[in-house]
Write a protein that binds this ligand. Structure first.
Ligand SMILES: Nc1ncnc2c1ncn2[C@@H]1O[C@H](COP(=O)(O)OP(=O)(O)OP(=O)(O)O)[C@@H](O)[C@H]1O
Ligand SMILES: [Mg+2]
Length: 142
C-alpha cells in the first residue's frame, strides 16, 4: 500500500478512513494519498436548462467538492502525508474507479457508509459498487 485512492464524501466513515491512513503512515511514511470527491451531475428535467445555467450548476458542484476534499487534505498534510486532491462531477462510481487507474493507485481506502440515510444497510451503494468494479484491493473502514 503505497499509492492510495481515498473516495471522500466528508462522512464520519470516510473521515475514519483518513484517520486510518494517518495512523498507517506512522509506520509507512512513504505513503502517497489521492483524495477524490465526486458530485453527481445535476438531474435535468426536459430542455429548460440553458448551457450557461448548466455551466453554473457544474461550477457550483465543483466548488462544493473542493471544500469537501480540502478537509481531508488538511488532516493528511498535518500528519506529513504527501497528498493530492481531485474533484469530479458525474457518475460517482465510474469516476472513482477510473481514478484508480489514472493516478496509478495500488489500493482504495474508503468508508463502508457515507452521507446516505439508509442506516440498516451494512454497506452503502458506492462502497458496494467500488468493491465490485475496482481493479485493485479495497480496504473498507467502518
Ligand atoms: N460522492 C462521493 N465521492 C467520493 N467518495 C464517496 C462519495 N460517496 C461515497 N463515497 C465513499 O464511499 C463510502 C461509502 O459511502 P456510500 O455512499 O456507499 O454509503 P451511504 O451514503 O451510507 O449509502 P448510499 O449512498 O447508498 O445511500 C464513503 O465513506 C466514502 O468513502
Ligand atoms: Mg452515499
Amino acid at each position: 500500500m503505497q499509492k492510495v485512492l481515498v473516495p471522500f464524501d466528508g462522512s464520519p466513515s470516510a473521515k475514519r478512513a483518513i484517520q486510518y491512513l494517518v495512523n498507517f503512515s506512522k509506520e509507512y511514511p512513504q505513503l502517497t494519498v489521492h483524495v477524490l470527491n465526486v458530485q453527481p451531475g445535476p438531474k435535468l428535467y426536459g430542455n429548460y436548462v440553458s448551457a450557461t445555467m448548466l455551466d453554473q450548476l457544474n461550477a457550483g458542484a465543483e466548488d462544493h467538492a473542493k471544500e469537501i476534499v480540502a478537509e481531508a487534505a488538511a488532516e493528511l498534510k498535518a500528519a506529513g502525508i504527501v497528498c493530492e486532491t481531485h474533484t469530479a462531477v458525474g457518475e460517482v462510481t465510474s469516476a472513482l474507479v477510473e481514478a484508480v487507474t489514472r493516478h496509478g493507485c495500488d489500493t482504495v481506502v474508503m468508508g463502508t457508509r457515507g452521507m446516505g440515510s439508509l442506516g440498516n444497510l451494512v454497506m452503502g451503494s458506492v462502497a458496494t459498487r467500488v468493491v465490485h468494479d475496482s481493479p485493485v484491493p479495497v480496504l473498507l473502514v467502518k
